[in-house]
Design a binder for this molecule. Structure first.
Ligand code: NAP
Length: 272
């Protein structure tokens, strides 16, 4: 028996991955990195032109990718996407439930329609994705599901629907991990802090967030993609049901750090 090369454990050659919301932002970075790691990547999004162009660009660069229109809130759309993966490569190894939206409204200002739409995409979309993908993963030897939550899933936040959806994704992740362990499927969540993308590029909270983040900067989609690749691959083969924050130290204790700096107990450093 040959021992796997630990340096090559993020190699996804021969694997098939679906990345939802893969046309832009973090999903685009995840799709690009998984393709570079050797996976055939199905970029699945409601943004058709951008997703198709990304798939074309990846193929032109020698990688394996294609685009599928997917509305994660629709069970029929999920059935079509999984059927496409099956017809395309006959297998499924990785699902990244990345698609998400934000309302950025207070509880008083959140409409029922706004609440329902956000929950349908961020939380129900993740549930539907897990439910749709797991049987094909099981049939082809197991796999890894990576759910993109948020570091707002550890505290209160300024958008009630978003916060509830991301806390829900963490709960769903643990439940699915316990259920699908017997199918050879691992399920984990990634919980990013501030990553500047189209979701928040013009939002008013960027500088205050950066000011409070111990590393004093936002993260990049490529940094999140590295964590997704780790969780998607055999490099994380003994990890399931976990959440991984990737937020420059924000969740680890940014508020206490600010208190310590303002009290003179710690030097200000970058973010004081
Ligand atoms: P983004 O740039 O807005 O990308 C999200 C993608 O998902 C877009 O292409 C979007 O299309 C697509 N999408 C929206 N609704 C969809 C649906 N029903 N079905 C399929 N695709 C849909 O956002 P991002 O910043 O990369 O966020 C990716 C994930 O990370 C989200 O789950 C988000 O909540 C999470 N996150 C982001 C941050 C951050 O700071 N950026 C922090 C923590 C967590 P449209 O453009 O048409 O909406």
């Amino acid at each position: 028996m040959t021992t796997p090369n630990p340096i090559a454990m993020t190699d996804l050659s021969g694997r098939v991955a679906i990345v939802t919301g893969g046309s832009r932002g973090q999903g685009e970075a995840e799709a690009r990195l998984l393709a570079r790691a050797g996976a055939a990547v199905l970029i699945a999004d409601v943004l058709d032109a951008e997703g198709a162009a990304l798939a074309e660009a990846l193929v032109a660069d020698g990688y394996d990718a294609r685009f599928a229109h997917l509305d994660v809130a629709s069970p029929e759309s999920w059935t079509a996407a999984i059927d496409l993966a099956q017809a395309w490569k006959g297998r499924l190894d990785v699902l990244v439930n990345n698609a998400g939206i934000i309302n950025r409204t207070s509880t008083n200002d959140t409409t029922l329609d706004g609440w329902n739409r956000l929950l349908a995409i961020n939380l129900t979309g993740t549930f539907l994705g897990i439910q749709a993908a797991a049987p094909l993963m099981r049939a082809t030897g197991g796999g890894s599901i990576v759910n993109i939550a948020s570091n707002s899933a550890f505290s209160g936040h300024y958008d009630p629907a978003y916060t509830a959806s991301k806390w829900g994704v963490r709960g769903l992740t643990r439940t699915a991990a316990m259920e699908y362990v017997t199918w050879g499927i691992r399920v984990n969540s990634v919980c990013p802090g501030l990553i500047v993308t189209g979701l928040n590029a013009n939002a008013p909270h960027l500088q205050p967030m950066i000011g409070l983040t111990p590393m004093a900067r936002s993260g990049s989609p490529d940094e999140v993609a590295q964590l997704v690749l780790f969780l998607a691959s055999d490099a994380s083969s003994f990890i399931t049901g976990e959440d991984f924050t990737i937020d420059g130290g924000f969740t680890a204790g940014a508020a206490y750090r600010r208190v310590a700096v303002e009290s003179g107990l710690l030097p200000p450093g970058n973010s004081g």
